[in-house]
Design a protein around this ligand. Structure first.
Ligand code: SF4
Ligand code: SF4
Length: 466
């Protein structure tokens, strides 16, 4: 991407897609956002608050600060959780400003070290290429099933990994032989007596590698509610992780492919079960603000994107009659609650399930620390937030329910720690949550569920009764 003509102004933002004045100028410095910002709560530093970050971005845009560490670090320390947007009375789009500022930093100061390596390997070389992603999934499955994993664990070789990666590895769900994208038919017909319309299923990358059963459950639930469900095979990863990392050119390439693929289906809705993907796809138009060809298509695409809970409540769903005797609590994924303002719909679906008891979680919309790959690039802050989240989980519940694969993984790490007595990264805890075998992995997975899994289970129990 070429630099813009510096003569356009004395700004530190010299590349296209710079944060725009109409976004940062509406901040009135009221500070209502401070008390909901997880990084400000943890650090008590104005620069690590929404108001501080907006101020730094404005100062860089106006050439009063260079685009150096003083701006870049607070911008990348942000979780992009967007709790500040829900709290802000002026409608400041902090998430969009942060993502655009990261786009400038991506060109001015490319990431190095662990973050740079993760970006190069995963965000550019694997996630944008479905065939490579499938290869990684098959290698992961081979690692899990061949005995290599057991040997490495018993030998202690995995201890060379940083502690937070050991903990992620310990709870990694079993990868299925085939993803939902590979195994689902092009169209799953409606199961209802009347077909109500056609939906298109977005399967995602992390969701389909690690939780493909949730994608299959989502398709069953839509078919059960009277929709033909198409799963277009040319779809790819949504590009959310690339947007969060500032790699907007790569994200645009991926968005174009998804836009063309899904609009060709003529589906009534593009249904997503991953909060991060849904938020990014609803905001695809931001990537194409100066692209006359794709902007109208991106807007049309975005207007069709729905979270599965949002879609079911919007069009109406059959209340399940099968009983699910569990006590659960619900965690609001940031990109569902704050980026998409989807809050009551998952709760309504869960409350419709006979036998299911819901216990409220305090601060259920506080970020768990997952935040894309934040828990890998900022493990200390992510760990502090996970500890807070685990302390908020009510006693006596069977499972935490949420709507995002990243949150599921992060809370599974927390569940594994609770079950096995590890105090977590750098805590000096007595247990070791990194050495657990399949039973413990399954236990963590069974204790962290997606909303649609419970709805699907209730429908299956209903079918088995009749
Ligand atoms: S709440 Fe909004 S307007 Fe107030 S300081 Fe925060 S970002 Fe600025
Ligand atoms: S997005 Fe989250 S971490 Fe970032 S400034 Fe807003 S509240 Fe704070």
């Amino acid at each position: 991407m070429p630099e813009m003509d510096i003569a356009q102004g004395n700004t530190a933002f010299r590349w296209p897609d710079a944060p725009s004045e109409d976004k940062y100028s509406v901040c009135v410095h009221c500070g209502f956002c401070l008390e909901v910002c997880p990084t400000y709560q943890e650090l008590g530093n104005e620069n690590e608050s929404p108001r501080g970050r907006v101020y730094l971005i404005k100062a860089a845009a106006e050439g009063r600060l260079p685009l150096d560490e003083s701006v870049i670090n607070p911008v990348f320390n942000c979780l992009d959780c967007r709790a500040c947007e829900t709290a802000c009375p002026s409608g400041v789009q902090v998430g969009s400003l942060i993502e655009e500022a990261r786009g400038q930093a991506f060109h001015a100061a490319p990431a190095t070290g662990m973050t740079g390596a993760l970006q190069n390997v995963f965000l550019r070389e694997i996630f944008p290429h479905p065939s490579r992603l499938r290869t990684v999934a098959k290698l992961t499955r081979f690692y899990q099933k061949s005995g290599i994993r057991t040997v490495l664990k018993k030998s202690g070789a995995l201890r060379i990994l940083p502690k937070h990666l050991q903990e992620m590895e310990a709870i990694l769900p079993d990868v299925r032989a085939k993803s939902a994208l590979e195994s689902l038919p092009n169209t799953v017909p409606s199961m209802g007596p009347v077909t109500r319309g056609k939906t298109a299923m977005f399967t995602g990358c992390v969701m389909d590698v690690l939780f493909s059963d949730i994608n299959r459950a989502t398709v069953r639930v839509m078919a059960r509610n009277g929709f033909d469900v198409v799963t277009p095979k040319q779809q790819i990863c949504c590009g959310a992780l690339q947007i969060h990392a500032g790699d907007r050119d790569q994200a645009r390439k991926m968005a174009r492919q998804n836009i063309d693929t899904f609009l060709a289906t003529s589906a009534d809705a593009i249904v997503v079960n991953s909060a991060g993907c849904g938020a990014a796809m609803k905001e695809y138009a931001d990537l194409f603000h100066d692209d006359a060809q794709y902007l109208p298509k991106a807007r049309q695409f975005a207007s069709k994107v729905r979270d599965i809970s949002e879609w079911l409540v919007e069009v109406g769903y059959d209340a399940p009659r099968g009983r699910v005797e569990k006590t659960i609590t619900y965690h609001d994924a940031c990109h569902l609650r704050h980026a998409q303002q989807v809050q009551f719909q998952p709760r309504e679906l869960l409350r419709s399930i006979p036998g299911l008891k819901m216990v409220d979680m305090p601060d259920s919309d506080r970020c768990c620390g997952s935040a894309g790959i934040y828990n890998l690039t900022h493990p200390d802050m992510a760990n502090q937030l996970l500890e807070r989240k685990m302390a908020d989980i009510p006693d006596g519940i069977d499972a935490v329910v949420t709507g995002n694969p990243g949150c599921m993984m992060q809370i599974m790490v927390g569940m594994n720690r609770m079950a096995h007595g590890s105090g977590g990264v750098g805590s000096g805890g007595q247990g070791d949550a990194t050495l657990r075998q399949t039973g413990a992995r399954n236990d963590a997975r069974n204790r962290v569920l997606h909303t649609v899994e419970l709805l699907d289970l209730a429908y299956q129990k209903e079918a088995n009764r009749s």
